[in-house]
Design a protein around this ligand. Structure first.
Ligand SMILES: Cc1cc2nc3c(=O)[nH]c(=O)nc-3n(C[C@H](O)[C@H](O)[C@H](O)COP(=O)(O)OP(=O)(O)OC[C@H]3O[C@@H](n4cnc5c(N)ncnc54)[C@H](O)[C@@H]3O)c2cc1C
Length: 369
C-alpha cells in the first residue's frame, strides 16, 4: 500500500494540467499496474497478484484520494480483466487479458445504450449469427468509459430479442473490427473519456464470444458487484482528500483575526466530513471482508456503493464551503473533488437503483418495475 501511495504521490503533480486539458497521462498506466492496480484483483494463475478484495479496495481508496480519473480508469480496467479471468478461454486470455495486465492493451466495457440505462434488460444491440458462426453486431452504446482510449472492449448484445435477458451475450470487439467512438465532453472525471460507440454491422468471430451464449448479463452482474465495492472505496478516498484539503485550509486561512479552524461552525463542517469518511471506510471494508469470506455480499456492496458515493458528494460540498470562493475556482482541489464526486452516484447503478435493490432484499418486494 505504501508503494501505491508513493507512486500516486509521484504522479499527483501531473493532475492539474491533465484535468484542465481533459487528457490522461497514459504513461502512468504501467506504473499503476506495477504497484498492484488491476493485476491485484486477478488470480495468480491468470497472471495477477491474487490480492484479497480488501487489499484491492484499499488500493482503490488510495486512487480515489489521488484523482477521480485514475480511480475510474483503474476500476474499468479491473472490471474488464475480471470478466476475462472469470469467463475467458485460454486463447482469449492470451489475446486480451495478458496484454492488458502488461499495460500493452486497454479495454472498455459496454452495457448502457441510449434507451437502456438503469434498465439494462432493455438493451437492443443485436448480435446476428452468420452461417460461418461469426456474429454481426449492430447497435449503439452510450457513456462508455475510455472507449476512445482502448483498443478492445466487451459489448453486451442480444442474440435473440425474444429471449429477453436470457439472450444477452458478451462479445469481445477489437478496434480493427470497425466500431466507431464519439467522445462526449462531461462534468466529472474529465480526463477519462465518456463515449458513444456505433456498431454498424461489426463482424466478430465466434472465438470472440466471452462466456456462454445468453449468460452475458449474469456474468456482467458478478463483475459489477466487485465494481461497486471499488467505487465505494474510491469514494472514501475522495472524501479523505476533501477532509485533508479542508483541514489544511482551516489552519492556514485567517478571518476576523483567527484561523478558520477556531470557528465552531467551520469545525462542524470538517467534523462532518471526518465522521462520514470514517463510516464510509467501515462500510466498504466490511463488504470486502464478506466477499473475501466467500459470500456474494450483493446487498452489502449495494449499501456501500450507496453510502460511500453519497458521502463523497457531501464531503466535497462541505470542502467547497470551508474554502469559500477559493473552493469554486477552476483548478482548486475542492472544485475538482466536487465535480468528480458528482459522477459516483450514477454509474454501476444509481443511488436509486441501489436503494431499490437493498429494499427488495430487506422487504421481499421489488419496487424496480
Ligand atoms: C461518467 C460515466 C461513466 C460511465 N461509464 C459506463 C461504462 O463504462 N459502461 C457502461 O455500460 N455504462 C457506463 N455509464 C452509464 C451508467 O451506467 C448509466 O448512466 C447508469 O446506469 C444510469 O443510466 P441512465 O444514465 O440512462 O439513467 P436512467 O436510467 O435514465 O435514470 C435516470 C434517473 O431515474 C432514476 N431511475 C431509473 N429507474 C428507476 C426506478 N425503477 N426507480 C427509481 N428511480 C429510477 C435513476 O436513478 C436516475 O436518477 C457511465 C455513466 C457515466 C455518467
Amino acid at each position: 500500500m505504501q508503494r501505491a501511495r508513493a507512486y500516486l504521490d509521484s504522479v499527483a503533480p501531473l493532475i492539474p494540467d491533465a484535468d484542465r486539458d481533459r487528457t490522461f497521462p497514459m504513461e502512468i498506466v504501467p506504473g499503476l499496474l506495477d504497484v498492484g492496480f488491476v493485476r491485484g484483483a486477478i488470480p495468480v494463475a491468470d497472471g495477477g497478484l491474487g490480492l484479497s478484495h480488501l487489499d484491492s479496495a484499499l488500493l482503490m481508496e488510495e486512487a480515489g484520494r489521488c484523482w477521480g480519473s485514475i480511480r475510474t480508469t483503474a476500476n474499468i480496467l479491473t472490471l474488464v480483466a475480471e470478466l476475462l479471468s472469470m469467463a475467458g478461454t485460454d486463447e482469449q486470455k492470451q489475446r486480451f487479458l495478458q496484454p492488458l495486465l502488461a499495460g500493452r492493451r486497454l479495454g472498455w466495457f459496454a452495457i448502457t445504450e441510449p434507451d437502456a440505462g438503469s434498465d439494462v434488460s432493455a438493451l437492443s444491440t443485436r448480435a446476428e449469427r452468420r452461417p460461418d458462426g461469426s456474429y454481426r453486431l449492430t447497435g449503439r452504446k452510450a457513456y462508455i468509459t475510455n472507449a476512445s482510449h482502448g483498443d478492445f472492449g466487451i459489448v453486451l448484445a442480444t442474440v435473440d430479442p425474444d429471449l429477453g435477458s436470457r439472450g444477452v451475450t458478451a462479445f469481445l470487439v477489437e478496434r480493427a473490427d470497425g466500431y466507431r467512438t464519439l467522445d462526449r465532453p462531461h462534468l466529472p472525471v474529465r480526463s477519462v473519456t465518456c463515449c458513444d460507440i456505433e456498431l454498424d454491422g461489426v463482424v466478430v468471430p465466434a472465438a470472440n464470444v466471452l462466456g456462454e451464449i445468453g449468460r452475458g448479463l449474469s456474468l456482467a452482474m458478478r463483475a459489477v458487484n466487485a465494481g461497486r465495492l471499488n467505487v465505494s472505496a474510491g469514494c472514501t478516498g475522495l472524501a479523505q482528500a476533501a477532509l485533508e484539503a479542508a483541514t489544511d485550509h482551516t489552519q492556514n486561512r485567517h478571518q476576523f483575526g483567527r484561523p478558520l479552524a477556531g470557528f465552531q461552525l467551520v469545525q462542524q463542517l470538517v467534523v462532518d466530513i471526518a465522521v462520514r469518511t470514517r463510516a464510509a471506510r467501515q462500510m466498504y471494508q466490511s463488504a470486502a471482508r464478506l466477499l473475501d469470506a466467500g459470500h456474494q455480499a450483493r446487498t452489502e456492496c449495494s449499501m456501500a456503493k450507496y453510502f460511500c458515493s453519497e458521502t463523497a458528494n457531501a464531503a466535497a460540498t462541505s470542502a467547497v464551503q470551508v474554502f469559500g470562493a477559493a473552493g469554486l475556482m477552476d483548478g482548486s482541489v475542492p472544485e475538482r473533488l466536487f465535480r468528480d464526486a458528482r459522477e459516483a452516484t450514477i454509474p454501476e447503478g444509481t443511488s436509486q437503483i441501489q436503494i431499490l435493490q437493498i429494499g427488495k432484499e430487506l422487504l421481499g418486494v421489488s419496487a424496480l418495475r
